[in-house]
Design a protein around this ligand. Structure first.
Ligand code: AMP
Length: 249
């Protein structure tokens, strides 16, 4: 039977506008709502659907981050994952190092599948799944929009430029999920209550013996330029006139 590991990240809630820190080193996360990365909700949902269909046996969610990253795990448990692993650190862990730690978790948990989001919406890296597959030397399918679990294999349809590509991967394998794979459920209150009793094991990042010193340095983060206010025109002629003045026509 199939065991699925689902890495989940806590990020700035997708409904909120990101504020850049005054020193321009990143996004200000103080006193803002943080939520599970939306793509990770999709990957947990997919795993839970497989379990409900009798095709998966256990779903383990794992998060690397500060103690608060538990919230992402609880969200995954409320959707239907069975247990969580929190790998605690207050340091910034860049995608390659996240992948190295996940590779160690895979060594001990021995899942048949790892479902990751195609990207974390905070820094939009889109690297972790690919790096993990490379480190494990496992087959990978990125940007999954349909997934069918078969005996010892998974068939994944990927969203690629201008169409779809369908791949068959032998298990164990890594899959990163895209937006159209499914629509995650809203956890019901009873499931939220139940999820609070599900176990979360906490480990310190140092236990993994991996050097998490970043290799990347953020030079500067800045807000997108503010758009200038538009003008209202009364007639088509006035519109054409303005477009000519702006050099568009
Ligand atoms: P990224 O490569 O940073 O865009 O992230 C892609 C995916 O990797 C996310 O959707 C998560 O599934 C996983 N991931 C990234 N960072 C973490 C983290 N700190 N803890 C757990 N999973 C993570």
């Amino acid at each position: 039977m199939t065991k699925i590991l689902v890495p989940v990240k806590l990020v700035l809630d997708y409904n909120l506008k990101a504020r850049v820190k005054s020193d321009k080193t990143g996004i200000d996360l103080t006193n803002v709502k943080l939520s599970i990365n939306p793509f990770d909700e999709i990957s947990v949902e997919e795993a839970v659907r497989l379990k409900e269909a009798g095709k998966a046996t256990e779903i383990v969610v794992v998060s690397i981050g500060p103690a608060k990253a538990q919230d992402a795990l609880r969200s995954g448990l409320a959707i239907g994952a069975d247990r969580g692993i929190l790998i605690e650190t207050t340091e910034v862990v860049e995608p390659l190092n996240v992948a190295k730690i996940l590779a160690k978790v895979v060594e001990t948990e021995k899942p048949d599948l790892v479902f990751l989001g195609k990207q974390a919406i905070d820094d939009d890296s889109n690297q972790t799944g690919q790096s993990l597959a490379a480190l494990l030397d496992w087959p990978q399918a990125t940007f999954a929009s349909t997934l069918v679990l078969e005996d010892g294999a998974v068939q994944v349809t990927r969203e690629v430029d201008g169409g779809h590509q369908t791949l068959k991967l032998a298990l164990p394998a890594v899959v990163t999920v895209d937006l159209r794979l499914n629509e995650p459920r809203y956890p019901t209150l009873p499931n939220i209550m139940k999820s609070k009793k599900k176990p979360i094991a906490t480990q310190k990042i140092a236990e993994f013996g991996i050097d998490i010193t970043p290799r990347l340095k953020v030079i500067e983060v800045h807000e997108p330029p503010t758009r200038k206010a538009g003008i209202k025109v009364k007639t088509a002629a006035e519109l054409v006139d303005n477009l000519k003045k702006a050099g568009v026509l």
